[in-house]
Design a protein around this ligand. Structure first.
Ligand code: URA
Length: 188
């Protein structure tokens, strides 16, 4: 465990714990406010993220930013965005369980330094890793679960919403529920 954000980030940027380091252009450590009360966690970088070294900068990131904006959230001010794996899986395949397991320590260290009150999992991979292995994203999204003093919730991955736009309204309700929960907890 690293005690400072700088040490953690520097060490993560040099990570060679799994094979994804061989094919990456950049480690995508995360972005946002490390003092935020709300943290979003995706599954792993895609092509644009790998090229730019920042999370959610492709088409799904644009959709995410719109939904965030609708509930007064902004990746540059009041949230932090990270991923389960920090390096792009080739051809955007799902990260393998062993890659997730090797990488998760970075995220746990990020969580221990940020100490968010709420963690929002973006999609099935993040939800099954962080909430429960048998978490059913389409049945259980929008609900809140308490785990070690942190409220956890999940919403469908924005890339899945781009493939199935019919699911956008119910996913948007998750963002409204998140806003209600933040208001209840007096989080800005
Ligand atoms: N999808 C993710 O899960 N994470 C990113 O950073 C980009 C796309």
């Amino acid at each position: 465990m690293f005690e400072t954000w700088e040490e953690l980030e520097n060490s993560c940027l040099n990570c060679k714990k799994c094979g994804l380091c061989e094919t990456r252009s950049h480690v995508v450590f995360g972005m946002g406010n490390p003092n935020a009360d709300v943290m979003f966690v995706g599954e792993g970088p895609g092509e644009q993220e790998d090229l730019q070294g920042r999370p959610f900068v492709g088409r799904s990131g644009q959709l995410l930013d719109k939904m965030l904006d609708a509930v007064d959230l902004d990746r540059n001010t009041n949230i932090y965005i990270g991923n389960i794996v920090k390096c792009r899986p080739p051809k955007n395949r799902d990260p393998l369980p062993e890659e997730q397991e090797k990488c998760i320590g970075w995220l746990r260290n990020q969580v221990s330094l940020i100490r968010p009150k709420i963690i929002v999992c973006l999609g099935r991979i993040a939800a099954t890793k962080l909430i429960r292995p048998d978490f059913h994203i389409m049945k259980e999204h929008g609900r809140f679960f308490e785990k070690s003093g942190v409220l956890m919730t999940a919403t469908p991955h924005p890339a899945a919403l781009l493939r199935n736009p019919g699911n956008k309204p119910s996913a948007f309700e998750d963002f409204l529920k998140l806003r209600d929960k933040m208001d209840e907890l007096k989080i800005r």
